[in-house]
Design a protein around this ligand. Structure first.
Ligand code: NAP
Length: 310
């Protein structure tokens, strides 16, 4: 077991990095655990248009890199280790245990900032065709479909943004949504409707994936399940929402029906000394600005808790 950490932050997206920066600036010994690359979902946004202070938009990866630099400059220590388990303290004021492949760490407080992962459609062969035509990240994989026919499924901001990103590469983009009204922002919807390469297929669902070694098309259905024909495409981008990531924490942590970690306004979870911030939380709005704000509040609450321990 290593020396005790004041604030352990789990996850290096904007919520975690901001929490790390604020906690370190409060004089806390702060360690941030990140399994892969810091930046989270923000690092995949080509142009972030609704983060305050950037009227011309900002590159998501650049913004995340700057917040990382700011966190490290404040004294937040980065550990590139995947957290396997968090064992909550057995008594109030006792340390929590963070378990990674590299070791075990005792932490007075923990800020959960694991973000959210894209939801699957749940279709047969979806997993097998992932990376062979099926993708969950238009920014990452869009360029592979230059001059091809692709489809996006979903009706939220991610689906609208993905369709716009893909229209830069693909010859034709079909946006398939199960209703006839989008739930994403009006500005994005207007832009999608004004883009010639994007064709809307409303009140349609994807009921099957066609192709053997790689995706060659989609089986479509009407909302009542009736067959709506086949659509030949080379790629399918799934944008049907996200699921909060928190599986490494004990089941006793209170979660909402969709898996979001329940917190109060101070980001306190149902476990004393454990806080949550950003997309892993049960929250009405998942944006970069709310992730940053959650991180700041969680760090302030965790710092107060550490100080109350004396
Ligand atoms: P979302 O807002 O939850 O939308 C998910 C969409 O997928 C909905 O339109 C839903 O249809 C549809 N859907 C769900 N399950 C489906 C299924 N099994 N088959 C077919 N369609 C299905 O998710 P999101 O778009 O990923 O956005 C997540 C969060 O990130 C939101 O808070 C969003 O505002 C935010 N975000 C913001 C931006 C931005 O501001 N630029 C960009 C990306 C994401 P129904 O509408 O019928 O429920």
């Amino acid at each position: 077991m290593q020396a005790e950490i004041d604030v352990a932050v789990v996850g290096g997206g904007v919520a975690g990095l901001t929490a790390g920066m604020y906690a370190a600036r409060n004089g806390m010994r702060t360690v941030l655990f990140e399994a892969m690359m810091p930046g989270g979902q923000t690092a995949t946004i080509l142009r972030l248009e609704n983060y305050p202070g950037f009227p011309d938009g900002v590159d998501g990866a650049a913004l995340a890199a700057d917040i990382l630099r700011q966190a490290e400059a404040a004294g937040c220590e980065l550990r590139y280790e995947a957290v396997q388990e968090i064992i909550p303290a057995e008594a109030v004021a006792a340390p929590h245990t963070i378990v990674t492949a590299a070791g075990r760490y005792a932490a007075k407080t923990v800020i959960l900032a694991g973000g959210a992962a894209p939801r699957r459609l749940g279709l047969p062969r979806e997993e097998e065709l992932t990376g062979h035509g099926v993708s969950y990240c238009a920014t990452c994989d869009g360029a592979l479909f230059r001059g091809k026919r692709v489809a996006v499924v979903g009706g939220g901001n991610t689906a609208l943004t993905d369709a716009l990103v893909l229209s830069r590469y693909a010859e034709r983009v079909f946006l398939i949504h199960r209703r006839d009204a989008f739930r994403g922002s009006r500005v994005l919807e207007d832009r999608v409707r004004a883009t010639a390469q994007i064709e809307l297929l409303l009140s349609r669902t994807v009921s099957g994936l066609l192709g053997t070694d790689k995706l060659s098309g989609l089986q479509l259905a009407a909302p009542d399940g009736a067959d709506a024909g086949e659509l030949a495409v080379d790629g399918l981008f799934v944008a049907v929402g996200v699921s909060p990531v928190s599986e490494f924490v004990a089941d006793c942590l209170q979660r909402s029906s969709n898996g979001g970690i329940v917190t109060d306004a101070r980001m306190q979870t149902s476990l004393p000394g454990v806080y949550a911030a950003g997309d892993c939380r049960d929250t009405a709005l998942r944006q970069v600005v709310t992730a940053a704000a959650d991180g700041a509040v969680a760090a302030a609450s965790a710092s107060e808790y550490v100080m109350s321990l004396g």
